[in-house]
Design a binder for this molecule. Structure first.
Ligand code: NAD
Length: 413
């Protein structure tokens, strides 16, 4: 399903650009699909076989780049779709990277720390020949952390027999002590904030972020950090949710209090001055900006007609279905698509890799300034393409990325 959706948008964008079929074929096919089965030492002394994938979609613009996820439902179709998205996302931001994705079928909640480490080392041994600082650079994704990235560096340095300092650029999203970049933890939210501000300035769809009403689905790394950032712009967050519930106050939530309450109690309800609503109600609230920052397929043909927000900032991956996209565009909503809105993470990953390769250590201010420049430029380009090609923002984002890739293909032929 996800793979089909990604392919459909690529087809639409190449049609708009009148590109030859060869280019479409290159973009629709992955360059390499690796499936590995490997034994892992378990705590009870037994060995269990796990299956993992690394899919390298495209390397026209540079080494492959993309996360590794640990999840029971990892499968070839999903990992392939995600690898295509990475090619488009890195090209959207004009980063010198291609696209890849990986995953291991496992339930990390059922594995001990030691078993997780064993699994990571065993997986990396199997794929070490196809990854590397100039070949393919993995990163964290669902249920993989900076600790796991640090383990990958350690294992890779052993396999390649190179010092840790030389091995660091093989992955991004590492701990700061092990070569991670300042600003990486908040990069997705910060990138989304830059995109939103640029889009408001350019389209004037609402006068300013100040006093704009905002509803946020998800209070994790993306949603929670985004909430903390935009209150500094005096935006009014009227609702926020987690997997179990949503809270609402039309006069604006006290976000610091709400986040503290969530930290203390583990849940959102009963934070002071708030009313409980459902996640479905949150999506349909009367507000200026809706920020899906949790799961895919949240805005569908069933609820799209009820969405009242003027701007939809997709911090989550794939929160809007293609059917809902059409409905929202017909209602002149401004959708800031995932491949742009949540690309702050991969952009700071690039800065991390760059610092590792060049033995540099940037300040948080420098990272922030560079991120701002990149996100503003990409937003500007995409909104310009939307006008030029009279299309949706999502297709305009794909057009922007595919133009860059097509130029490279033409130069090679
Ligand atoms: P996270 O695990 O930190 O947070 C996820 C949040 O979603 C939590 O608040 C959780 O309670 C909430 N949630 C889960 N199920 C829900 C449900 N049914 N209804 C409402 N809320 C629900 O994850 P994250 O890193 O913040 O990622 C969120 C989304 O952003 C994902 O789609 C992810 O792919 C995307 N994203 C994240 C990053 C990043 O750097 N963190 C980068 C790009 C894209």
């Amino acid at each position: 399903m996800e793979l089909e959706n990604a392919k459909k948008i690529i087809k639409k964008a190449t049609e708009k650009l009148n590109l030859p079929k060869q280019i479409l074929n290159i973009l629709l096919n992955t360059e390499r699909e690796v499936k590995v089965n490997f034994p892992v030492q378990m705590d009870d002394g037994t060995q269990k076989i796990f299956t993992g994938y690394r899919i390298q979609h495209n390397s026209l613009l540079g080494p492959y780049k993309g996360g590794i996820r640990y999840h029971p439902e990892v499968n070839l179709d999903e990992v392939s779709a995600l690898s295509i998205w990475m090619t488009i996302k890195t090209a959207t931001l004009n980063l010198p990277f291609g696209g890849a994705k990986g995953g291991v079928i496992c339930n990390p909640k059922e594995l001990s720390e030691q078993e997780l480490e064993n699994l990571t080392r065993a997986f990396i041994k199997k794929i070490s020949s196809i990854i590397g600082p100039q070949k393919d650079i993995p990163a964290p994704d669902v249920y993989t952390s900076s600790k796991i990235m640090d383990t990958i560096v350690n294992e890779y340095s052993k396999i390649e027999n190179i010092p840790i300092e030389k091995a660091r650029a093989v992955v991004t999203g590492k701990s700061i002590e092990n070569g991670g970049s300042l600003g990486r933890n908040t990069a997705t939210a910060r990138g989304g904030q830059f995109v939103l501000k640029q889009a408001i300035e350019q389209t004037k769809i609402i006068p300013t972020l100040e006093n704009a009403t905002v509803a946020i689905q998800g209070v994790g790394n993306a949603g929670g950090n985004f909430a903390k950032l935009i209150i500094k712009d005096n935006a009014k967050i009227i609702a926020i949710s987690d997997s179990k519930s949503a809270i609402y106050n039309p006069e604006g939530l006290n976000i610091n209090e709400v986040l503290e309450h969530k930290k203390q109690t583990g849940s959102l309800p009963n934070a002071s001055n708030t009313t409980d609503i459902t996640n479905e109600q949150l999506l349909e609230l009367d507000c200026d900006i809706l920020v899906p920052a949790a799961l895919a397929n949240q805005i569908t043909e069933k609820n799209a007609n009820q969405i009242k927000a003027k701007i939809i900032l997709e911090l989550a991956n794939g929160p809007t279905t293609p059917e809902a996209d059409k409905i929202l565009e017909n209602k002149n909503k401004l959708i800031l698509p995932d491949i742009l809105a949540n690309a702050g993470g991969v952009t700071v990953s690039y800065y991390e890799w760059y610092q590792n390769i060049n033995q540099e250590k940037w300040t948080a201010e420098k990272v922030d300034e560079k991120l701002k420049e990149k996100m503003q430029k990409a937003t500007q380009e995409i909104l310009d393409k939307k006008t030029k090609y009279q299309t949706t923002t999502r297709v305009a984002a794909y057009i922007n990325a595919i133009e860059r890739l097509a130029k490279k293909i033409n130069r090679k032929n």
